[in-house]
Design a protein around this ligand. Sequence first.
Ligand code: ZN
Length: 252
Amino acid sequence: MIRRSVFVIVTFLALLPNIGLAQNQPFRVLALYSTNVESDHVDFAKQAIQFFAEHAEKDHFTFESTTQWDDLTKASLAQYQVILWLNDFPHTPEQRAAFEKYMTNGGGWLGFHVSAYNDKDTHWPWYVDFLGGGVFYGNNWPPLPAALIVDDPSHPVTKGLPAQFISPANEWYIWKPSPRLNKDVKVLLTLDPANYPLGLKDALTGGDLPVVWTNTRYRMLYMNMGHGDKIFTSPTQNQLMENAILWLGNRQ
Ligand code: ZN
């Protein structure tokens, strides 16, 4: 009996380092972006690259970035656990097909702002479905700060955030239909309706405006933040960004 207990304890102890290792397993992140797009979107991409590169060391993941969207191939994507789209989306059928395969096979994706933009000219129905079905409908102008509400404080992505906070100046997008109406979508942050009307030249006047959400059929997260050089000026929002990448890397 004693011998058996010792065996159980030894086995348990032997397993412990492996459990620790699994949680701290390094993961690889690739960020894709474009420089021939709106300058405010390029500013965001450059700051995002700096932010995630700094956190890579602290949080033990590797971080690379590229403007080569042709790197979206099955072979290249197989090397990464998480990919980021900072200010653009793939435009060729080959790039799109490789991404669909990557996501269907369990790859992780974090998309910002204009990366989810789609309209009648996008011609990529799979992607609209992947995002939860919303088509771009409108935005505020100029970029403005806005109060956001945390929908689910128990989710790893919103861990440590207050119930409500002011998100720095951004161009906010509204979608039709709202992704919230999709049963597979879990909305994590929403624009507080108290912000309406939001904007001067172009004003958002009402409606459901999810800001951060996941389509639970995939390991994906979309964040509407991503316009201009103020996005990383809020420690609270920076925490959200860090949570997001760790969650997609299966670390929390
Ligand atoms: Zn924008």
